[in-house]
Design a protein around this ligand. Structure first.
Ligand SMILES: C[S@@+](CC[C@H](N)C(=O)[O-])C[C@H]1O[C@@H](n2cnc3c(N)ncnc32)[C@H](O)[C@@H]1O
Length: 241
């Protein structure tokens, strides 16, 4: 997959994209990453990317001309990118959307700053994404969250040990509790079933823990999750406890 970003602070990507899973994804050839500087498509001495809002008001708005010029130039090199804007007014980001995006050959993230972006630039959008109901200073951080969630789903990026299949949201449930050595720490014991060596019992315990935890912490998710009859019976038994 090719991932391009367009923003006013491309240097923000250096550390995150050069570390851990994002670095591995690039080393394995699963991800090709380019951070573009929007200022490269300005034509004035000050490399201006923003201006005062029409109608008055506080702050500055990102101009649409450099964004369109940058888009034309980036999109013309290689496959047409699926173009995403990061904005608090977008669709809430979740694992399902990460999965959908991981199947695209090329993504282009357009990041806002200041008070936001001239509305006309959104005509380039295939999708607008919000990370949540809060306001960040700029879109770079938000895009890195999305790129990370997508990159770890690309074939070959996670080894068997780090498979995404067991993780929260994969099947609509939160992940079960995990433990490692020692088996007793400050009086807290690891659940005995995990030390039993009985893999069927461990699988069932993990499934039930996932269901119990999701029902308790995220009842909105349990409604949508893919439960078997055995899972449903377990869920019912929780209600009668
Ligand atoms: C200070 S914010 C602009 C907020 C805008 N004035 C509003 O009230 O919706 C600047 C940029 O940060 C990014 N951003 C802020 N919050 C975000 C969120 N919750 N999800 C995704 N991007 C966000 C967007 O790219 C946005 O254009």
């Amino acid at each position: 997959m090719i991932v391009d970003t367009l923003s006013t602070f491309p240097g923000m990507y250096e550390s995150v994209m050069g570390t851990s899973m994002m670095r591995i994804a690039q080393e394995k050839g699963a991800l090709e990453f380019h951070a573009h500087d929007l200022r490269d498509w300005t034509h004035d001495r000050h490399r201006t990317t923003d201006d005062e809002p029409y109608g008055g008001g506080q702050g500055l708005v990102m101009k649409c001309e450099p964004i369109f010029e940058a888009y034309d130039s980036i999109a013309s090199a290689g496959p047409k990118p699926y173009t995403l804007f990061l904005t608090p007014t977008g669709e809430p980001f979740n694992q399902g959307l990460a999965q959908e995006l991981s199947e695209k050959p090329r993504l282009l993230f357009i990041c806002g700053h200041y008070e936001g972006i001239d509305e006309r630039a959104y005509s380039l959008a295939d999708c607008c994404i919000s990370l949540g109901d809060y306001v960040l200073t700029s879109g770079e951080l938000a895009s890195m969250v999305v790129i990370d969630a997508v990159a770890r789903l690309l074939p070959g990026v996670l080894g068997d040990e780090g498979s995404a299949v067991d993780e929260s949201f994969y099947d609509g449930l939160l992940e079960y509790p995990q433990y490692t050595r020692p088996s007793t720490f400050r009086g807290m014991e690891v659940p005995p079933v995990l030390l039993s060596g009985n893999h069927a019992a461990i699988d069932r315990w993990r499934r039930e823990q996932s269901i119990e935890r999701t029902a308790r912490l995220r009842p909105d998710l349990i409604e949508e999750s893919n439960l078997s009859q055995q899972d449903r019976d377990f869920l019912k038994s929780l209600h009668s406890r």
